[in-house]
Design a protein around this ligand. Structure first.
Ligand code: NAP
Length: 506
């Protein structure tokens, strides 16, 4: 069994403490910080201790209507509409600079709110969020159309045609984000949307709204004009749904579960046919070939599933390992998991923190218990530790059949299933047997095998001898039911642009 070390942990960064102590967090509409119009709030909880750390304004449809109206007015305002690309880039860089100055505060808030170990916030996710703003500050000055030589032959005698394209901001964008990596996933939407000249209504996940509030303050401090970025906190079923249905929203950029993604697509279709981008769930395979370097592969496979408690859309949750090395590999990963230090995210020794909420940990454990009840083998872990009810052990489940729920569903916790293969065809068949197609990894020393398998995997991202490698310049997005579209990379700005073709007789 893993051990849980719970020390008496408190935030140490003065500005993080001050943020939490100032009372309830407000929403931001048309350049003003406001309470919910009816005064409602919801509590936000530190999953490491189960205690309430803050209250947040709970918005409703009235606030959504005002936020959308503010975003529409800002979109059409001279100040934003006519802002030079270089000025937009300066604001994006300034946002990044202020985030950098406050990186310790942002990291502590993210860890307290979500539970993730501080090293994940401080060295991976908050720097990743900052980098999105810097990257798209550069892209803001590269948005350009084309001139096109057409083959039109029916213009008046002696004349010819001249065609070109213009790129316009797509309009008012609703950004709806999940709780697993709150700030970086928000930055992946806001940075390209601002670079494109859109205006935004942001709705963060209820479980983790704090760093969104802080980010919006930073954007205001960086000089973003009023109405360009609005924040409405509150529940997905009211404010999220109201955004997806709203007739004056031009696009919803959604990251979250496949189930809610479907609802967003339906709402968009039933309202004004707004554009929809959905970045959804995953069930990513890790294929380990017989020639894999186990010194690299054992910690690599373990990290791919246990990092952030497996609460990562691209977590490598299905191990597909060659029969000849499966015992050695699985024992190595199980040992790695057992030795991980579990504790409060703010404890510097912590390698795996709590899951985001007690109800979520219970749902993860239920997947494991149900699998065992239908014949799967619990190889390691499987228990919830600690009084907050959120600490789920690193868990490995063997004897997994393809028709078991645990092989198919996204568990979104530190749970690895093991399937064994005998030849490459079987490995590929198992890897591709999923409704999802977000990511995959291949662990091998064989070069030609690598590229053949990478080519045959049905997923938007393939890593070789690694997993969870991200960069603002690398596009990421899902195939199959893992989503529509890609974020990051220079093409991501096109998610927030609309094109126009102009043809004239000259
Ligand atoms: P979720 O339950 O789908 O919620 C995502 C967001 O949608 C939250 O802000 C939620 O608000 C809101 N929402 C809920 N109901 C809504 C509705 N009817 N209309 C509009 N919005 C609504 O997902 P989650 O549990 O927060 O996040 C985990 C999921 O996100 C996993 O499936 C994971 O794989 C996926 N994910 C995907 C990616 C990717 O890039 N592909 C990245 C990260 C996470 P509330 O919080 O108030 O419910």
């Amino acid at each position: 069994m893993s051990s849980l070390s719970l020390n008496n942990i408190k935030p140490t960064v003065a500005s993080a403490k001050a943020f939490l102590e100032r009372g309830r967090q407000k929403m931001f509409i048309n350049g003003e910080w406001v309470d919910a119009y009816d005064g409602s709030t919801f509590e936000t909880i530190d999953p490491g201790t189960g205690t309430v750390i803050n209250e947040v304004a709970k918005g409703s449809i009235a606030e959504i209507n005002d936020a959308v109206a503010a975003a529409r007015a800002a979109l059409e305002s001279d100040q934003w509409h006519n802002m030079l690309p270089v000025e937009r880039a300066q604001i994006l860089n300034k946002i990044a600079d202020i985030m950098d100055e406050n990186i310790d505060e942002l990291s502590e808030l993210e860890t307290l709110d979500q539970g993730k170990p501080l090293y994940v916030s401080r060295w991976a996710e908050i720097p990743g969020a900052i980098d999105q703003f810097r990257y798209f500050a550069g892209i803001a000055r590269t948005i350009e159309g084309q001139t096109i030589t057409s083959s039109i032959g029916y213009q008046p005698e002696g004349k010819k045609t001249f065609s070109y394209t213009l790129r316009h901001p797509l309009g008012v964008v609703a950004c709806i984000t999940p709780w697993n990596s709150p700030l970086v996933l928000t930055a992946m939407k806001i940075a390209p949307a601002l670079a494109a000249g859109c205006t935004i209504v942001l709705k963060p996940a209820t479980l983790t709204s704090l760093t969104a509030v802080r980010l919006v303050e930073i954007c205001q401090q960086a000089g973003l004009p009023e109405g360009v970025l609005n924040l409405v906190t509150g529940s997905g079923s009211t404010v999220g749904e109201a955004l997806a249905m709203h007739p004056d929203v031009d696009k919803v950029s959604f990251t979250g579960s496949t189930e809610i993604g479907r609802r967003v697509i339906k709402s968009a279709g039933e309202s004004n046919l707004k554009k929809v981008q959905v970045e959804l769930g995953g069930k990513s395979p890790q294929i380990v070939m017989p020639d894999a370097d186990l010194d690299l592969t054992i910690p690599g496979v373990a990290n791919a599933i246990f990092f952030n408690g497996g609460q990562v859309c691209v977590a490598g949750s299905r191990l597909i390992v060659h029969k000849s090395i499966s015992d050695q590999l699985v024992e190595g990963v199980a040992k790695y998991g057992r030795e991980m230090v579990m504790g409060h995210g703010l404890d510097p020794k912590t390698q795996m923190g709590p899951l985001v909420a007690k109800s979520h940990a219970e749902s993860v454990k239920k997947y494991v218990d149900d699998a065992v009840s239908v014949g799967a083998e619990l190889i390691s872990g499987g228990h919830i530790l600690g009084s907050s009810g959120c600490y789920m052990e690193p868990t490995i489940v063997g004897n997994v059949e393809q028709d078991m729920v645990i092989f198919k569903d996204e568990v979104f916790g530190p749970v690895l299933t093991v399937s064994v293969f005998e030849d490459d065809e079987q490995a590929l068949m198992l890897a591709n047997d999923s409704p999802y197609g977000l990511a995959a990894s291949i662990w091998t020393e064989g070069l030609s095998n690598t590229h053949r398998i990478a080519d045959s995997i049905n997923a938007g991202t393939v890593w070789v001898n690694s997993h969870l490698m991200f960069d603002a310049a690398l596009p990421i997005g899902g195939w199959k039911q893992s989503g529509w579209g890609q974020e990051s990379g220079h093409q991501a700005v096109s998610n927030y642009l609309k094109d126009k073709t102009v043809t004239s007789i000259i």
